[in-house]
Design a protein. Structure first.
Lengths: 208, 208, 208, 208
DNA sequence: TATGAATGAGTCTTCATTCAT
DNA sequence: TATGAATGAAGACTCATTCAT
């Protein structure tokens, strides 16, 4: 049964990593215990060590596994969008910490950022993921600019601004700040985005 | 009954909290140990428990102590600024994770956000602090609007946008993302801010 | 004020020892803490060490202080008793763990016995106190025998039997065994005592 | 899944509990440390927690384990006894704190009584055990009465008296009181017992 | 004489990891 | 491959004791 085993193994790994993420979101990165993940995943502690070698490796894998495939959900959100604005609007909407699923994903990001400052491997992934995400946004913005839908903005800069805006707003919304419900986050975010995309670029201010 | 005990005690507390923050930044919230803080602060573990009752209380105090007085540094940064724009520019500049001190403060915030999701008391402080900070920004923006220096924007909304922008950009800069050095962060942030403040408010888009 | 000081000191000591006994009864010998006694006595921990040198010395003193004066209450109980039997009956009655005060005293004895097995100094006091108590009983029994009120028993042996009976019954009654309420203890004890004192001494059984 | 785990586990538990009793007798209930028990039992501290959850649960188990099976040794002592008196005599003899084993068991009881006052679970066991023991004695006494060997005494009351006598005497003997060696305890105890069993029940005294 | 802040050794307990099965 | 009993290092916390005041 050699071919089957690989599949089985992959399923085990995925099962463990999912359990690990549940634990991370519930308890925080460092409060996660191997035993806790084992129970959540319905396996023994030995199995986890068997698959990942040690706890830290498993926890990193749990973060990376999720962090790296964020794009998938977004790509799905774009299906059927007609204009560049509509696409950006959908991405923003898909980012709102409105459902438990999305909120848990943001919590994972908050945890992730907290860890990245002290873990070089995570840092590399964070950087790569941010590059992917801003390039993805920049491409859409560039299309909108090219078609005349948006003003002639710098796609890379505007994408960076949009990404920061979403992250910054999502922090407060995820933390359940009553001043920034998901609906308000949407409004505030799209309002800013509109000004970034449609307004005449004002006279350049001094750079550093 | 030793004289001036209150003063001495306050100094001890401050000494311990400073040490705790050093440990948090270096190791992460949960990896901090009482022994570690004690050694950093040059006191015994017993002293820490004596002053704070338990580890968690001390760690919370360490976060709150810093998080709550952020405004002080900012107020200092404003001295001598002539225009509203100049004031905002200085605040942005003061926020750049350029020096070790500011970068450590941002690291503390990243850690803080990671913890807030699981700690109601921290959540309340996070919210209060965000309210203070955005109101502080809104007041400056309102002055600029009133004087005709800025367009007639909604101060509260624009302040929320600016705060999010700073937070979102600072995450990447603090994490040493090479695409967003402190200088680049400054440029990207001020560029967005200019568009938010000076451009004609475009026709209102659809709200939720 | 030299003469006053001695009095004051004695009062302090008594205050501390009373507090210590309260703590012992409530928590058990070893669970008593210096801080706990200090708070109960409304003094500082330093004061306790000042007076007794260390914790163990204080705890021993607390036990001895009480254990040694047990006789006082008993002597009072005898006032007005006409016959030897009446005297013994009153002593038994005074021994019943019926009031909180007497029950707490028995609890102290239970604790004391638990400690004596490992503390030579306490052992010596325990022995002396038992000798006093049985001699006290023996004297009354001898008087009753001499006057013809009781049979011609051996006072020392009968006193030992009575003391054991009281101790053994009091254990169960103090532990709130529902089969042995204070009233039942009284009945069972006096019933046995009557047989020991009034019946014809049966033919001597074999000694060891 | 290791074979016969149940058996192995039971042996481990017994090994730990025996070590715990050794420590209790040597040091006193509260002075026992997990580390000490672990070393005595030749296991790790982790193993103890693994089996019992926490220290208190283990200590209780150590007491209960012994306290509950006291009857076994006594039943063995009865083999070959012809008369009811002989049976009681053997029980008394088996109770003498003469050997280290029996003395240690009495020390355990002294410790146990000291703890029972503050532990409801232990209290329940103490009560149950006392009921068992007195019923066991009462049955023998009833047989002796029925056969005409003893006077027509109330078996329950006499059993309670005998049990108290044994407990009370054993305290002093266990505490090595020179006035009450095991041999003397035997004599004093059997002497009283004889009067309780053979003498004419005197006219009933006043009940409460 | 009396205080109580400070200490740090020692406690229980947790938990990642090992390893025999 | 998978288990989970066992380990023991490391953690938070307790508390008797010291000592400057």
């Amino acid at each position: 049964m050699p071919p089957r085993l690989g599949i089985h193994e992959a399923a085990r790994r995925a099962q463990i990593l999912r359990a690990a993420r549940t634990c991370i979101v519930a308890l925080g990165y460092e409060r996660v215990t191997v035993r806790g993940v084992a129970e959540t995943a319905n396996v023994s502690t030995g199995t986890i060590i068997h698959y990942f070698g040690d706890k830290d490796t498993m926890l990193e894998a749990a973060l990376l596994d999720k962090v790296q495939d964020t794009g998938i959900a977004f790509r799905a959100a774009l299906a059927g969008a007609q204009t560049a604005w509509e696409r950006l609007e959908r991405l923003v909407t898909a980012s709102l910490p409105e459902t438990d699923e999305v909120r848990d994903e943001w919590r994972l990001w908050l945890t992730f950022w907290g860890e990245v400052t002290r873990n070089e491997r995570l840092r590399a992934v964070s950087e790569r993921q941010h590059r992917r995400w801003t390039r993805f946004l920049a491409r859409i913005i560039a299309e909108g600019s090219a078609s005349g839908e948006f003003a002639a903005v710098d796609p890379a800069i505007t994408a960076t601004q949009l990404a920061a805006l979403i992250d910054g707003l999502a922090i407060q919304t995820t933390l359940q700040n009553p001043m920034l419900s998901p609906a308000q986050m949407r409004q505030v975010c799209l309002s800013a985005l509109q000004q970034l995309l449609y307004s005449h670029q004002p006279a350049q201010f001094m750079s550093t």
